[in-house]
Design a protein around this ligand. Structure first.
Ligand code: CUA
Length: 418
């Protein structure tokens, strides 16, 4: 709408829009209504998505199923109340609408039986929902009982991992997740001091490997400082959420929170692992959406093999390697050059001991990288190494521009990290 001063034009009424224009203007509100309806239909249609890997209602483990058993009855009660109240409002608006200007409705001043009824019914409903919720919270967050899963060396005989409950330390970084397995490596407890370097660690990033049908106890924190660099409040919080397996849990700097999680073992068919998707669900900065999670549930045998592999170290390459695989050797030298990759990344068994970025010791045992925004393959590694900032804005990985030859060599070396 624009204001304009009265002018001769107004007086003469010569500036009225021509008839076609006027018609267009009248049609606009109707079209807006149509768009609103179309928008609502499109929004409702998203609920029918068949491939929705992060659908909370599609429970794939006992914890998420427990939450759904609470959600559905409460949701149905809420729906019934919503429909009843909405229906009553609609009925009253139509039934008791003013029929003429001088007609006023019959005045009443309260009804004791009615008021008691609509106080007691909601009270009982609220009490029921609250009781179920409190019992549910206590159930979901209890410390799981049972022997913790530990590694058993081959010399001791028996399976490589033994126990009933798997402990995993989950550390949220900007913007990726680190997973440490305290029972399966011999590292210091990084949860108490995330800055402390692991020595012979079972540390991975992005993907959390677990045995299916086994209770997993997560101890979750954020590596952010207690005081933000800007000095205002604590560092950034993250939130760990794999919707089909469990509820959400905050990753808070300086605190350790807990979450139980288990993937159904019946989902494992013919020993094939199943990958569940999740993501950080607390806004934590510019690449919050690039902080994803994959949980890979394997058969107990495959998990034991994974653990055995993860416990092995890589080795420093020597001049002999420069003859056998010159490209990988060039990449190794570049990786470990001063002020390059090794400053931030660890490759167990080599001089690369950086603690800023993900541990790359067994990079090739993973399927994803860079906060799980990329499938791990040479093409995607090239895209990433050309410009990490373009792929994940704000990432800590700030590197000088690499030549294509340098990138080729680095990829050749990273490909050896089986
Ligand atoms: Cu981390 Cu959002």
């Amino acid at each position: 709408m624009t204001w304009h001063l009265p002018s001769r034009c107004d007086k003469l009424r010569r500036c009225a829009p021509p008839p076609e224009q006027a018609r267009v203007k009248r049609a606009a509100p109707r079209r807006r209504g149509l768009w609103a309806v179309l928008g609502a239909v499109a929004f409702a249609a998203t609920a029918c998505a068949s491939h929705a890997p992060q659908d909370t209602l599609n429970a794939q483990g006992p914890e998420s199923r427990y939450i759904n058993h609470l959600f559905f009855p409460v949701g149905l009660i809420a729906l019934a109340i919503g429909l009843f109240v909405g229906g009553m409002i609609l009925y009253c608006v139509i039934r008791f609408r003013a029929r003429s200007d001088d007609e006023s409705p019959k005045q009443t001043h309260g009804s004791t039986p009615l008021e008691i009824t609509w106080t007691i019914i909601p009270l009982l409903l609220m009490f029921g929902v609250a009781s179920l919720s409190v019992v549910g919270i206590a159930h979901l967050y209890q410390t799981p009982k049972g022997q913790r899963i530990t590694f058993v060396p081959a010399s001791a005989g028996g399976p490589a991992v033994q126990g009933k409950v798997l402990d995993v330390h989950v550390i949220g970084h900007r913007w990726w997740w680190e997973f440490d397995y305290p029972g399966l490596g011999t590292m210091p407890d990084r949860l108490q001091n995330p800055g402390e370097p692991p020595n012979t660690a079972l540390v991975t990033a992005g993907e959390m490997f677990i045995p299916a049908g086994t209770m997993v106890r997560l101890d979750v924190t954020s590596d952010e400082p207690l005081k933000s660099p800007e000095g205002v409040g604590p560092g950034v919080e993250h939130n760990f959420w794999v919707p089909v397996l469990a509820g959400k849990i905050y990753a808070i700097p300086g605190h350790v929170t807990h979450l139980n999680l288990e993937a159904d073992d019946k989902a494992i068919v013919d020993g094939h692992p199943i990958t569940y998707s999740g993501q950080c669900s607390e806004f934590c900065g510019i690449s919050h959406a690039n902080m994803r999670i994959k949980v890979v549930a394997e058969s107990p045998n495959d998990f034991a093999n994974w653990v055995a592999l993860q416990r092995t170290k890589q080795r420093s390459l020597t001049t002999a390697d420069s003859y056998l695989n010159p490209l990988a050797y060039a990449g190794y030298q570049l990786f470990n050059g001063s002020g390059t990759c090794a400053t931030c990344h660890t490759i167990q068994g080599t001089n690369a001991k950086g603690q800023v970025g993900p541990n790359l010791t067994h990079l090739q045992a993973r399927n994803w990288f860079a906060g799980d925004i990329f499938v791990l393959n040479d093409n995607n590694l090239r895209t990433w190494l050309r410009n990490p900032q373009a792929a994940k804005p704000g990432a800590n990985m700030v590197i000088p521009k690499l030549t294509e030859d340098q990138i080729t060599a680095l990829i050749a070396y990273l490909d050896t990290l089986k």
